[in-house]
Design a protein around this ligand. Structure first.
Ligand code: ADE
Length: 221
């Protein structure tokens, strides 16, 4: 998979993709990431990318020309163009799964007061990572990239995302590691029993009970 990230702040991405699982996926060429500054596509002599809104009002609005030219220079028939915006469809694991099967994602990060409405015509999907407003689309783009890359076959063990929270509308089960007793808090006996049938049952119940307690909305889905 190839992921192109279109942003005015490319430096924000440097450390995020150079650590841990994402770094390994890049090194193993399971994914290719390009961070592109769409200011480089501005035809304005001062490399302007935004202007004041028609009709008046606060802030600056991202202009069509640099973003259209940038997207048109990289887009192919296999590309899916995604705009990060608080007005978009609410992001969830199911969308991450669907997007992990794409060949080429173009993630468009906004800043300032927003995008010229006509930019939406060149976009396939608008995504919001939640009902709150961030200063720009960069952190949402990192959230998408991270959640999608870990689902690409070979990036992590297949089994470990089969039991991910949200996969089947249930949260993950409780887990413990050494020691067996920490300040009087003991690891549930069944996990020490070696009885795999009982352990599976315990984990199934743990997933259900945690979901019921913390996210009853998921059980209703
Ligand atoms: N840009 C600013 N806030 C955002 C959000 N919540 N989701 C996606 N993009 C954004």
């Amino acid at each position: 998979m190839k992921i192109d990230i279109l942003t005015l702040f490319p430096e924000m991405f440097a450390s995020v993709f150079q650590e841990s699982i994402i770094k390994r996926a890049l090194d193993q060429k399971l994914v290719e990431i390009n961070v592109i500054n769409f200011r480089d596509f501005s035809q304005d002599i001062h490399h302007k990318v935004d202007d004041t809104p028609y009709g008046g009002g606060n802030g600056m609005v991202l202009m069509c020309q640099p973003i259209y030219d940038c997207i048109e220079s990289i887009k192919t028939k296999d590309s899916k163009v995604i705009m990060l915006t608080p007005d978009g469809k609410k992001y969830e694991q199911k969308i991450a799964y669907d997007l992990s099967k794409e060949k080429h994602l173009i993630l468009l990060c906004g800043h300032y007061e927003g995008f010229d409405e006509r930019i939406r015509k060149i976009v396939d999907l608008e995504i919001s990572i939640g009902d709150y407003v961030l200063t720009g689309g960069e952190i949402p783009a990192m959230v998408l990239a991270d959640s999608i890359i870990r689902l690409i076959p070979g990036v992590i063990e297949e089994e470990s995302h089969l039991v991910d929270s949200f996969n089947d509308q249930l949260l993950d089960y409780e887990t413990y590691t050494k020691p067996e007793d920490f300040r009087g808090m003991k690891v549930p006996e069944v996990l020490l029993s070696g009885n795999h049938q009982k352990i599976d049952e315990f984990r199934k119940n743990s997933r259900y009970n945690r979901t019921k307690e913390r996210r009853p909305d998921l059980l209703k889905k």
